[in-house]
Each structure stands twice: as C-alpha cells, then as structure tokens.
Design a protein around this ligand. Structure first.
Ligand SMILES: Nc1ncnc2c1ncn2[C@@H]1O[C@H](COP(=O)(O)OP(=O)(O)OP(=O)(O)O)[C@@H](O)[C@H]1O
Ligand SMILES: [Mg+2]
Length: 442
C-alpha cells in the first residue's frame, strides 16, 4: 500500500508538472473515485467480517452434523439437520450477496466516473493540443502518468478475488451436500411395526472396501424380542461393525438380516431406524442446550417427558445443579460435561425415545467407580423391557445378559451365559481373565 501510494504521488507530480489545468481536472476525478473506493472498502470489510462469521457458523454446524452423522441418521434427523444447515447457509449467502452488491455497485460507479473523467481529460487535452498550447508529446506523457496514477487504485480493489474464491469453495460444499447416496439406496417400501419376534443374522458377511479381509464372516445369530445379548471380543473383532448393520449404516456384502422374518432392506430406512435406539461408544452431543440435546429427534416433547427421562437416567442431580439447568448450553461436543454426565444425557435421550430395540456400545474409557455405578443404574433403567444388544466391556453388564456372544476376527466363536462360558474354559474365560482381573479382585 505504501509503495502504491508513493507511485501515485510521483505520478501526480509528473502530471502537475506537465500541465497544471489538465492536472486540476484529473484531480477532481481521482478524489471522487478514491472517496467511493474508501467508503466501499469500509462497507466491504464489515461485510467480509460478518461473512466470515457466518461462514464459521456454517462450518461448525456442518462439522457437528457430520461428526454426529450416525446419531443424526439413527434418530432420523437428516431433514432437521439439513434445515439447520440451510439456515446458516442462507444467512451466509445473504451476507455474501450484500458484499457482492456493494463491490459491483462500487466498481461500476468507479468505471463511470473513470470513463467520464478520462473522456473529459482527453477532450480538454486534445483541445489544448489543437490550440497549440500543449505539444502532443507532453499530452501523451501526461496521459501515461495519469493512467499510472490510477492503476494502484485499481489494484486496491482487488479484494474481489477473495470473494470469488469463497464462492468457488461454497460451490464445492454444495456439491457434497447434493450427493444423495442413501436416498438412492432406499429401496424398502414396508413400514416396520414394533419389533415383535426377532432380529436374525443369516449368513452375514461384511467387507469394508478398504480392508483386505472381511470384518465379519458368516455370522448367524438370532436375538429374540425382549432378550439381552452381550457381544464381547477383543478390539477390532467386529463388534461395532456387527451392530452397525442393523440400522443399515452399512449393507451386508453377503447374507441377510431379518427382523420378524423380513429382510431389513424391505423396510423403509425411516421406520427401521425409528425402532432402534443407539447409545454409542462416544456420545454425540450438539452445541445446544441440554434440553434440546435430550429432545433430539422428537418435536413437541413436554417438560414432564424430559424430566422423567432425565430422572431415569440419573442425570437430574447434575442437570439441576447447573446454573441454567436444562437451558445450559453444553458446548461443542459436550466439552463442558464429564464423561459420565455425557453418557447419562445420551441415556436420557434414548429413554425418551423409547425404542423397542436398543443398541448399546459401552464406552471403553474408564469412569471412576462412582460415576460408573450411576451410569450402570441408568443403563438398567434404559434396558428394562427392551430387546438389547450391548457391546459390553463391563462385567456387571455382561453378567446381566441372557446370552453372551464372543467375537474373534469377525466370527462368533462362543455363545452362552456367563457361567456356562466360564466353565467351558475357552476364549471367553481367557478374555474374562484378562479384562476383569482388577474388577474381580477388587
Ligand atoms: N469405517 C471403517 N472402514 C474400514 N475398516 C473399518 C471401519 N471400521 C472398522 N473397520 C475395521 O473392521 C474391523 C472391525 O472393527 P470394529 O470397529 O467392528 O471392531 P470392534 O470390535 O468394535 O473394536 P473396539 O472394541 O475397539 O470398538 C477392524 O479391523 C477395523 O479396522
Ligand atoms: Mg467398537
């Protein structure tokens, strides 16, 4: 800017030296243009700042939604989240449009002044030359100097480019949003009523495209309605993959999954997922109030409903202790809460939804004994009267299960109750000895 200002001053010197009156004319034109520029620049800067803010809003909404995409899908919230994103999108768009309006208005303004000004200068200069009071050479060097004085100003308005870049970026984001893979994959037409009999895996194999070996091989299992099944197995044995097939986050590579005897592909995604409650390994909370985080997926929930769910989840103590209670905003990803508190909110969310089939991926991260105990109590309330598949890491959960299935490298290697499996002295017994040494001793 300093260098540009210097060029400008030097050129002004030259044109004044060439011809005072002509320079006077260009001096009227240039300040006008500069004035417009400065005013426009201020507006533009303000708009750019608020545009940046809107863009930030938009990015964090997007980031939240995408990182919690499982939760969003499991709770059938795609449309509501899309709407939330649309909103921040729209406000970003309107700020950007305003910025563009200002800048294009500004530059056309500039051009008009410039063209009229230059025309006037050429006309007057030509008149002087014809008149003989100025040599053609002097006139041309004057014109050159004047254009050189102008060009730094024109360069100053180059901020336009960044807006162009932002627009290009936005286009890419919209491109991603317009992908509709899941809707395209939606083939099912049947409405799934409340799960009445069973969930069955019939020779299911699943292979992640990026992996050399299948994550699951020939899985056969039936979970009866009302039963609580625990999945255990070392890390990477395929537990999470197995449960993710039930709400159709992935489709089996081979085999079928049946609910009440019908392939789950025949059901609409919405009705299938509305039957399933998920509490996952890492709890997903949105940067919103505690109330909205619990009501997630259910419009028109009453305060009594929320209160009841929160009580059953053993969360009312800590929620009511918070200065703003249910209106407390939990911060991005729930950072303002402890691990146990987050889990209890997720449990309250699932209780409120009252799903017939519950999928629980127990957190592996250790909680201290007290919060562990409270979370366990909350889970007992949640699992009551439901078909439950729980990926269990805690001995208390496993002992409560009707059946335990042991997974190893994508296959079910043992099935039975805790006592049966311990007596058998196989994989489970070894896993148990390894995982629960401390717990059993203490
Ligand atoms: N999204 C994915 N893409 C590719 N491979 C995956 C993906 N998720 C899991 N895998 C692979 O599939 C296998 C089974 O993973 P899975 O998450 O089901 O294990 P897990 O039993 O739940 O383990 P943990 O107890 O650590 O949660 C692993 O080898 C893992 O690397
Ligand atoms: Mg897992």
């Amino acid at each position: 800017i300093f260098q540009q200002g210097l060029t400008f001053l030097a050129m002004m010197g030259v044109i004044f030296y060439q011809n005072g009156r002509l320079a006077g004319l260009s001096v009227i034109v240039i300040p006008l243009a500069v004035f417009t520029m400065v005013r426009m620049g201020k507006r533009l800067r303000a708009l750019a700042a608020s545009g940046q803010e809107r863009m930030g809003d938009m990015a964090s909404t997007l980031q939240e939604t995408l990182s919690g995409i499982r939760m969003v899908k499991a709770y059938g919230r795609e449309e509501a989240e899309a709407e939330r994103f649309q909103q921040s999108n729209r406000s970003f768009l309107s700020t950007t449009m305003k910025a563009i309006q200002v800048s294009s208005l500004g530059s056309s303004h500039m051009e008009v002044i410039g063209v009229v000004g230059v025309a006037a200068i050429i006309w007057y200069g030509g008149f002087l030359v014809i008149n003989g009071s100025m040599t053609p050479g002097a006139f041309f060097s004057f014109l050159t100097a004047m254009f050189m004085a102008y060009s730094p100003i024109r360069r100053l308005s180059g901020s336009n480019n960044s807006i162009q870049q932002a627009l290009a970026a936005a286009e890419r984001v919209f491109g991603v949003l317009d992908l509709r893979t899941e809707q395209d994959a939606e083939r099912g037409q049947l409405e799934l009523p409340r799960i009445a009999q069973s969930v069955t895996f019939d020779d299911v194999t699943f292979h992640y495209e990026s992996q050399a070996v299948p994550a699951l091989t020939d899985i056969n299992l039936t979970i009866r309605a009302g039963e609580m099944v625990a999945l255990v197995g070392s890390s990477g044995s395929g537990k999470t993959t197995l449960v993710n097939l039930i709400p159709r986050f992935y489709e089996p590579t081979a085999g079928r999954i049946l609910i009440d005897g019908v392939d789950i592909q025949s059901y609409t995604l919405r009705s299938l997922r509305s039957q399933i409650g998920m509490v996952s390994q890492d709890v997903v909370l949105f940067d919103d109030s505690i109330r909205n985080n619990i009501a997630f997926g259910r419009e028109g929930t009453t305060d009594e409903d929320i209160n009841r769910a929160v009580r059953l989840a053993y969360a009312h103590d800590f929620v009511e202790r918070l200065p703003q209670g249910y209106q407390t905003v939990v911060g991005e990803k729930g950072v303002k809460l402890s691990g146990g508190e987050r889990q209890r909110l997720a449990i309250a969310r699932a209780i409120l939804r009252d799903p017939p089939l519950l999928i629980l991926d127990e957190a592996t991260s250790a909680l201290d004994t007290e919060s562990e105990r409270v979370v366990q109590l909350a889970l007992v309330n949640l699992m009551k009267n439901r078909t439950t598949v729980v990926i269990a890491h805690r001995l208390t959960t496993i002992q409560r299960a009707d059946r335990i299935m042991v997974l190893a490298q994508g296959s079910i290697v043992e099935v039975g109750t805790h006592d049966e499996l311990l007596r058998r002295g196989g994989q489970y017994q070894r896993l148990h000895a390894m995982q629960f040494q401390d717990v059993a001793d203490g």
